[in-house]
Design a protein around this ligand. Structure first.
Ligand SMILES: [Zn+2]
Length: 177
């Protein structure tokens, strides 16, 4: 299933990409352009705007929760999304990542990363290199928790865990969480 997110849902877009879903996100499009694109590409439009969901000939879902975690849960359960391949898609531009040989990333990732990591992925579109950094395990846990629909009772923990930061993709490379 292919998705298109409106300009209010940038963080959700990054997460859905990290989860492996084909997620288009162009924050500068206006409502009519969003609707046209969704129809043309057969994408489900995820939006915060109730008005938009009433457009004819459009598959859409009104995203209701304010918390990122709620939003992810809602999208996965209401659209009945299958498990995609997590960490297989560039969170910045939505392009499927390609495995890349270790020697070819020398000088393009920090030396410590080069010494300690064996597996790297390349985004063929925006040329970013990703690897499984220190947040990898945490993020996998977070995803497992999101999928299970559990939430913790301690509001502090919930707040901290409900707002994980997608990988910082500035610079020459970035940990793929
Ligand atoms: Zn990319």
């Amino acid at each position: 299933m292919k998705l298109l997110l409106d300009g209010m849902l940038g963080r959700l877009a990054k997460w859905l990409r990290l989860l492996g879903y084909d997620t288009a996100y162009f924050p500068d499009l206006d409502d009519n352009e969003l609707v046209r694109l969704a129809r043309a590409q057969g994408r489900v439009l995820l939006t915060r705007d109730r008005e938009l969901t009433r457009r004819r000939g459009l598959n859409s879902l009104l995203v209701e929760g304010d918390e990122l975690e709620e939003q992810i849960q809602q999208v996965i359960s209401e659209l009945n999304l299958e498990t995609e391949r997590p960490f297989s898609r560039c969170p910045v531009c939505n392009t499927p990542l390609q495995e890349i040989e270790k020697p070819s990333v020398k000088g393009r990732v920090p030396p410590y990363v080069f010494r300690t990591k064996e597996h790297f992925s390349l985004c063929p579109e925006c040329d970013r290199i990703y690897w499984r950094g220190t947040h990898w395990a945490n993020m996998r846990q977070e995803m497992a928790r999101i999928r299970s629909g559990l939430s913790t009772k301690d509001p502090k923990i919930k707040k901290a865990e409900a707002a994980p930061t997608p990988p910082d993709t500035a610079g020459m490379g970035a940990p793929l969480c």
